[in-house]
Design a protein around this ligand. Structure first.
Ligand code: ZZB
Length: 262
């Protein structure tokens, strides 16, 4: 599986980073995605509050924050050094990253915030997920929870000003149920009556529809590829981000399936 790692710069360092990292270093959270063309729609970045991440030495003065597992994979692909045992400056917990300002590349916001997503799997991608609530139903459900519920915010220790100013951004037009929808995830979540991030079955259906229709019928409605089909913009947008050093590709080994039947 080939992922695009999106480099989301951490604009506010933790105390430990201030102590241990050289001045002039740039720290990036790495978010793994298959949907680089949706990056103009980022409203925030997700981490798992209980997750453990490492701050790894990248090229030059760059420092990459991701799961230890992802870092090890990247070292086998010569993205991190040395091979098989990438250099880790320090650990950082999801909790410590919560509420930090970050720069989400290609969005219109000059900064967005790191927010909690309890459904992140640490053994998939980098353990950091970038959030596109207009087009990803999981992001939409989690984001709306934090946007609307004082209780949810309180529970996670999220401040209103980390969420409320950052509206959803329409990025892809797609025909669903006979009409053009400007934000597929919102349309599908409302249609299926998704109440929260815990509606796993409905969310899986919404994800499927958004993914398939977005790819087959989606047309970019913002950014440099406005008017072009998602199918085409996908590759080109990714390449533009790679050239601008906002992203790089890496691959994930296929999960081993152990057959018990024979
Ligand atoms: C931006 C984005 C925009 C994503 C979208 C999806 C969609 P998949 O689709 O199931 O094969 N993701 C990445 N890593 C993790 C993780 N560790 N835990 C939970 N979620 C993770 O998986 C790929 C997508 O799952 C990634 O692409 C990422 O969200 C999320 F408009 O990044 B995506 C309809 C989906 N739309």
């Amino acid at each position: 599986q080939e992922y695009t790692a999106i480099k989301i710069e951490l604009l506010e360092w933790t105390d430990m980073m201030k102590k241990l990292l050289a001045e002039g270093s740039k720290v990036f959270l790495l978010a793994a995605t298959l949907r680089a063309e949706t990056m103009p729609g980022q409203t925030n970045c997700w981490i798992l509050p209980s997750g453990q991440y490492g701050c790894y030495k990248g090229p030059g003065l760059e420092v990459y924050v991701c799961s230890h597992r992802a870092a090890r994979n990247m070292s086998f692909q010569d993205i991190l050094q040395p091979w098989g045992k990438p250099y880790c400056y320090m650990e950082v917990s999801g909790q410590e990253l919560l509420g930090k300002k970050v720069k989400a590349p290609t969005t219109k916001f000059d900064h967005v915030f790191v927010l909690p997503l309890p459904t992140i799997k640490m053994d998939k991608g980098t353990g950091v997920v970038t959030s596109v609530p207009s087009d990803s139903p999981d992001d939409y459900a989690a984001y709306m929870d934090l946007m609307k519920s004082d209780k949810k915010r309180e529970f996670f220790g999220v401040k209103k000003e980390w969420v409320v100013p950052f509206d959803l951004i329409p990025i892809i037009d797609v025909e669903i149920d006979g009409e053009i929808r400007t934000m597929a995830a919102q349309y599908m979540c409302e249609k299926l009556g998704v109440q929260s991030i815990n509606d796993r079955v409905k969310l899986a259906e919404a994800h499927d529809t958004c993914y398939k229709l977005g790819f087959d019928k989606g047309v970019m409605s913002t950014g440099p590829f406005t008017g072009q089909p998602v199918k085409k913009a996908k590759v080109e947008f990714r390449n533009v981000m790679i050239q601008a050093k906002q992203a790089f590709t890496y691959s994930e080994p296929e999960k081993k399936v152990i057959s018990r039947s024979g």
